[in-house]
Design a protein around this ligand. Structure first.
Ligand SMILES: [Zn+2]
Ligand SMILES: [Zn+2]
Length: 535
């Protein structure tokens, strides 16, 4: 059992605990443990077997017991039992329709139905109104949602990494191609799609319905099927005729506005042929948001990246040491990695004092002895204090190879104040890059009020670059803002903000976000060799 599979089962367990109205803290603890396991750098099954799994954050005795059972037997018996009782297909369908899990279970009990199909039948013959608590308005809403012919969309956007895992997993299992928002690498995905190719669609649609990720089918015709996950997230499968695969893929990739402007599309077996027949160049999916028929620029490629300039270690809230992070970066083929741990003002986690910074320098020097010619850079993620001063003295900052300046607390400052605060920090001669400039947490916290146009002016004056943070819940700057920055002539840095070895893989998300902002290699600081980063 790999880490993702273990995490999936723990999440399923959390989901049924919530349905069963267990203590909400228990369910949350399982969700957190699942997240830790998903991000763990080594096989968790081995840690369980060797009795060391409690070294992972958030894994106590209770969860360890469940993990042991899961690893030894391949199942959590109580989970299997609860799943039988709670009918995940009903829950998934209910959530898709906008009902809470609890409400779905009530509805199912009231109707005496046990499966999604039975629920649909009961609805079709007008039995919904017999259920206490379901008024004519709710009934109408449910019937409309059940009958909806519209594009299936998730009610809540999925973070890009989770959406990729879900849709990529389904596509791989069906030998299909990822489409929809995920193929365009949107930062929050609502339209999830997979395109397969087959002359006879029925084996594919049958296999789709039987996937573990899919708990119920909510819509189906010969070449199209919409399934939902237990979380109520709809995934659309389209099975294309071989000679139309390219056409179907363009449509399923979207965006709707982009595709509408290309219609009518000719039938073709692959995408390139569709574009050839239209007489326009093929367009990378990242650029398919607004109507566009022109020649796309030579976008930044993952292979252009020569190093990572923002990561954490055990000195602050990272999980690996300086040398471990450096080695992992070297294995990725990079020339350099900047260690940018936090400073004290960040609050929630350990921050480095001037003394710590100098002691860390020794550890970095030792790592460089071992890893040369690869270079670990002395960096810092220095908090910008509310008044615009930086959280370390200037002489300490001046010693460093790479200084990221970051706003953490006080994201709600009014526009003028926030902009002044950041501007002041950018004028410090040691600062090289502004981290996660808009401070958003996707789905949780909106962008701050920072005036980017003003920041671009100051960045041009001072030579400071703006970060495209690769954490899936940040992706900040967003694609739209990257495009504005580049248009203003400001350079960007693609960074991972990795807190573990595995986190260095966030580079993919940073690069695709930069691509969504039409970035080329020349727009990105860390496509340059080491000698251009630290002269
Ligand atoms: Zn930060
Ligand atoms: Zn950071």
């Amino acid at each position: 059992m790999d880490n993702a599979q273990i995490a999936d089962r723990l999440e399923a367990f959390a989901a049924v605990l919530e349905l069963g109205e267990a203590n909400p803290y228990t369910a949350r603890a399982y969700r957190r443990a699942a997240e830790t396991i998903r991000g763990a750098p080594s096989p968790v099954a081995e840690l369980v077997r060797s009795g060391r799994v409690r070294e992972l954050r958030g894994i106590g005795r209770g969860i360890e017991g469940r993990l042991r059972e899961l690893v030894e037997t391949g199942e959590i018996a109580e989970l299997a039992e609860l799943e039988r009782e709670l009918a995940p297909d009903l829950v998934g369908l209910g959530r898709y329709l906008g009902l809470s899990a609890k409400r779905s279970v009530q509805l199912a009990r009231g109707l005496g139905v046990r499966t999604a199909e039975e629920l649909r039948e009961a609805a079709a013959v007008g039995r919904l109104r017999d259920v206490p608590g379901i008024g004519p308005k709710t009934e109408a809403q449910l019937l409309e949602a059940l009958a909806s012919e519209a594009e299936p969309r998730s009610r809540r956007g999925l973070l890009l990494n989770r959406a990729w895992e879900l849709v990529g997993g389904i596509a791989a299992a069906l030998d299909g191609t990822v489409a929809g928002d995920v193929r365009r690498w949107r930062d929050s995905c609502e339209q999830l799609g997979v395109v397969c190719v087959a002359a006879d669609p029925s084996p594919v649609t049958t296999a789709f319905a039987e996937l573990p990720q899919i708990v119920a089918i909510v819509d189906r015709d010969e070449r199209r099927s919409v399934g939902v996950t237990v979380d109520g997230v709809p995934v659309e499968l389209v099975v294309a005729e071989p000679e139309q695969f390219g056409t179907v893929l363009v449509r399923a990739t979207g965006s709707p506005a982009y595709v509408a402007a290309l219609e009518p599309l000719p039938d073709a077996a692959d995408e390139e042929a569709v574009y050839r027949a239209l007489g326009i160049p093929w367009c990378p999916p990242e650029l398919r948001e607004e109507p566009f028929r022109g020649e796309p620029p030579a976008l930044l490629e993952p292979g252009d990246i020569r190093g990572d300039l923002h990561c954490h270690t055990t000195w602050s809230d990272g999980r690996a040491t300086v040398e471990e992070m450096g080695r992992a970066a070297r294995e990725r083929g990079y020339q350099y990695l900047a260690i940018c741990d936090h400073t004290p003002a960040v609050g929630a986690v350990t921050g480095l004092t001037p003394d710590d910074v100098r002691r860390q320098a020794e550890e970095i020097a030792a790592a460089n002895e071992v890893l040369a010619p690869f270079r670990v850079l002395r960096g810092i993620e220095c908090d910008i204090l509310p008044d615009g001063r930086l959280d370390l003295p200037d002489d300490v900052l001046a010693e460093l190879d790479w200084v990221q300046a970051s706003v953490h607390g006080g994201q709600r400052m009014p526009r003028g104040e926030m902009t002044k605060r950041v501007e002041e920090a950018l004028r410090n001669p040691s600062v090289r890059c502004l981290s996660h400039p808009k401070g958003r947490m996707i789905g949780r916290r909106p962008e701050n009020a920072l005036d980017l146009e003003r920041v671009f002016e100051v960045a041009l004056e001072t030579g400071v670059a703006l970060e495209v943070n690769g954490l899936a819940n940040r992706l900040d700057l967003s694609g739209e803002h990257v495009r504005e920055a580049i248009a203003a002539g400001v350079r960007i840095v693609c960074s991972t903000d990795a807190h573990s070895i595995q986190g260095l893989g966030n580079m993919t998300l940073s690069v695709v976000t930069a691509r969504r902002g039409w970035a080329t290699a020349a727009d990105v600081v860390n496509t340059q060799p080491l000698e251009r980063i630290v002269p």
